[in-house]
Every structure is written in C-alpha cells, then in structure tokens.
Design a protein around this ligand. Structure first.
Ligand SMILES: [Fe+2]
Length: 293
C-alpha cells in the first residue's frame, strides 16, 4: 500500500495584508497535523496547484523555503494562480519535482496540467500564461488528453490516477461542462483511470464525474462547505492506494478557535450556486460601496 498526503491551493503570498488567512500560520498548523506522530507516514506529497497566490518570483522563493521541511518527496502541478515560467524555474529541486508521471506498485500516477484555458498560443507555437489566467476555467486541452491516453496505453500499470488542479464535475460556480466532457472522453479512452485528486474549489468533498471519484482537497486558506454555505478551517487530504485498485481517502480540517466556521454572505452563496457571475458580484459590491473620493 502506498500513502500520499495532498496539499492544494496554498496561496502563499508575500503580502500578509492581502491574505484571507495568514498562510504562514495555516501552513505551520496543517504541517503539524499532517506529519504529527499520530499520523501514518506518507510515501509522497502531491501539491495540486495555486501554490502561489499571485505567481511572483518572490512568492516562489518563499514557497521553496517552506517546502524544504517536507519529510518525504513532493510532486507539484500548477493551478490557475501559478505562473508557469517561475513555477517551473524556481520550485523544482531535490525532493520537489515537476515530473509528469510516477509508477508506484500497480499504479501509474499522471500529473496533469488543467490550465489550457489560461494560456494563449504565440506565433512561434509556444503556450504562455494569459494575463487574466486566475479566472481561467479547468481545461486539459486536446494535447494533454492525448498525452494522458497514450501514456496510460503504453504503461503496464493496472490502474491510473490523475493529479491535477481543476476537478471535473464540480459544483455551481466551478462547474465547467467542457471540462467534464473532456474528462469523460479521456476515461472512455483510458478506462484504467480510477479517480482524480484535485483542488481549486477549496472544499473537502468527493463527487463523481465520468463514473470516477473526484477528490477535492481543502486549501491552506478559507475552505467552503457548499452544502451549508459556510467557511471551514484550513486542511489537507490523505490517500491510501492498494494494489487491487482500491483508493481510500480522507480530508482533514485543522479546526482551531482562530479559524471559526462562519456563514457565507448572501452574495457569496449566489456566486457559488452560479446564480450570478463573479463579475456581477464585483460590480454589485462596488456599487454598494459607492463612488470613492
Ligand atoms: Fe484555483
């Protein structure tokens, strides 16, 4: 059996004033819980994106320092808040890898980039981050889908598991039908895919898409209870991968008085259910604040 600890949406920032929660504090608390003596030792850490909040070089240098204390090797995949050049230039080092696959027992792990919607093609054919990538939807894109299907086909692993940032089949505001459709197409081509470990939604639940369990990992920042529309404390997720293809997974929230659960404002509920857009919410909040100066 192989154990993985997943962190996601760490949103590390170099400006404490800009954070919903101080991620230096939440990292210390989550780290202590994840690697405390009463937890079984993980074989691997996977970090599924939005590791930096703004994607600046300073943030990645800070993150590289934070990740030095990890007791086991880590693999990183980017989210829509990450910027691909500093992400890949600064974070990988001994113990922290941006590798694309990992073979473990009967399992093949694929570390997939779901940021195709946040990139634009340059005249030379290269893909670069769009300026407004933080609002990009989940999309593997045809090339990533083809890469995953071919890699699984050429592997002799019995089971495959996809680690990525955006979860297909997510709720309300996060629901992107095109992403669901491309994942269903991928599962048709590669039926040994047993599930997905994702982030992005800042929730702790497991839903289904393409007939597969899609695990959502709590963030280091504010998490959401989308059944009761309330905030949740910071957290992480653990997994056990068995040779017979079974996956056990559990979300862990670090409940402390300093991070109380609170109801979301009505406007937040309306955005999350998809009743109004994010842009509508910003406009409404600006209108409520009135003209400044
Ligand atoms: Fe995200």
């Amino acid at each position: 059996m192989f154990r993985v600890t997943q962190f996601s949406d760490m949103h590390f920032c170099t400006d404490p004033q800009a954070e919903s929660r101080n991620t230096d504090d939440t990292w210390d608390a989550v780290f202590a819980d994840a690697f405390g003596s009463d937890r079984p030792t993980s074989d691997l850490v996977v970090i599924t994106g939005d590791i930096a909040d703004n994607g600046t070089e300073a943030e990645y240098r800070k993150i590289a320092e934070k990740l030095e204390r990890l007791p086991v090797p880590a693999v990183i995949v980017p989210g829509n808040h990450d910027r691909q050049v500093p992400f890949h230039a600064i974070l990988p080092r001994p113990g922290v890898s941006n590798r694309r696959t990992l073979r473990v027992g009967t399992w093949l792990f694929l570390f997939a980039d779901s940021n195709a919607d946040g990139k634009e093609r340059q005249p030379d054919g290269s893909l670069v981050d769009r300026e407004d990538r933080t609002h990009a939807h989940g999309s593997f894109g045809d090339a990533e889908v083809a890469w995953m299907a071919a890699t699984i086909e050429h592997s002799d692993a019995d089971h495959a598991f996809v680690w990525t940032h955006h979860p297909p089949g997510a709720f309300g505001f996060f629901h992107k039908p095109d992403h669901d459709a491309e994942f269903a197409r991928l599962v048709d081509m590669a039926p040994t895919i047993a599930g997905v470990g994702a982030g992005h939604t800042h929730t702790n639940t497991i839903h289904e898409c393409g007939g597969r369990p899609i695990h959502q990992c709590p963030s280091l920042s504010v998490n959401l209870n989308l059944q009761e529309f309330a905030t949740l404390p910071p957290g992480y997720r653990t997994y056990e991968f068995f040779d017979d293809g079974t996956v056990n997974s559990e979300a862990h929230l670090v409940a402390e008085d300093r991070w109380p659960s609170a109801p979301l404002p009505e406007i937040g509920r309306r955005v999350l259910t998809g009743e109004i857009s994010y842009e509508d919410m910003k406009a409404q909040m600006a209108a409520e604040q009135g003209p400044s100066g």
